[in-house]
Ligand binder design. Structure first.
Ligand code: PEP
Length: 253
């Protein structure tokens, strides 16, 4: 089953106007040099940079995404941003359920499911993040936790066309630590089985499952060569043009 590899950058709460635009322009220039890249590139800057990054990416095959959204279309939700607003700005994707939002904002699977459904309704594709903490891993509960997160946070209406799953072990995010390739493949294969149960085999076989957690140019090839790994969600290394692009190139794209 051919699934197009996705190389996605999550800039998190990083970037002021000048350096954010420079980063986007740098990525755009490198991707343009590739001609027709075999993989799909995506950058997810903070809300404040979406409009300027969109301009900086003009003419390059790099999609634009946001890092979160509210579940309502509009209304009395001070400080929040709706999926309709993101679509209006030119976003194609939104990340939901990142572990930093689950931890910092107490986001539940139920809330993530509502946000994801609202994003579909607005015409956005969604990258839904799952992953276990170190304590859960040490207790042998990785698959159990990921299963619960998928069952609770992935809407029934999810399809391979509107959804990408990102498996990100919490303990590997920003730490330089990673699971072994064998561990990653084991979890991704299990995630695909759960997706098959929930959404049917057709969707599960076509749905992309990204690995995230300290992906760097040096380890990209190993992870991206795994049969059930369909790309990477990259935090720290997406903030440097050379590293972000080298992740794709080292993996053969
Ligand atoms: C992330 O924030 O989604 C992430 C994977 O971060 P890092 O690559 O820095 O571990």
């Amino acid at each position: 089953m051919a699934r197009k590899i996705m190389i996605a950058g999550n800039w998190k709460m990083n970037g002021l106007l000048e350096d954010g635009v420079a980063l986007a322009k740098g990525v755009a220039a490198e991707v343009k040099k590739m001609g027709k890249p075999e993989c799909e590139f995506l950058v997810c800057p903070p809300f404040t940079l979406l409009t300027s990054v969109k301009k900086a990416l003009r003419g390059a095959k790099v999609a634009l995404g946001a890092q979160d959204c509210h579940f309502a279309e509009k209304g009395a939700h001070t400080g929040d941003i709706s999926p309709v607003m993101l679509k209006d700005l030119g976003c194609q994707y939104v990340i939901t359920g990142h572990s930093e939002r689950r931890a910092d904002h107490g986001e539940s699977n139920e809330l993530i499911c509502k946000k994801s459904q609202a994003a579909y309704n607005a015409g956005l594709k969604v990258i839904i993040c799952i992953g276990e903490t170190l304590a859960e891993r040490d207790a042998g509960k990785t698959i159990e936790v990921c299963t619960k997160q998928i069952m609770g946070s992935v809407p029934e209406t999810a399809t391979a066309a509107n959804t990408v799953i990102a498996y990100e072990p919490v303990w590997a995010i920003g730490t330089g630590k990673t699971p072994t390739a064998q561990d990653v493949e084991e979890v991704h294969a299990a995630v695909r089985k759960v997706l098959a149960k929930k959404l049917g085999k057709g969707n599960a076989n076509k749905m992309r499952i990204l690995y995230g957690g300290s992906v760097k140019p040096a380890n990209a090839k190993e992870f991206l060569a795994l049969p059930d790994v369909d790309g990477a969600l990259i935090g720290g290394a997406s903030l440097k043009v050379e590293d972000f692009i080298a992740i794709a190139k080292n993996a053969g794209f």
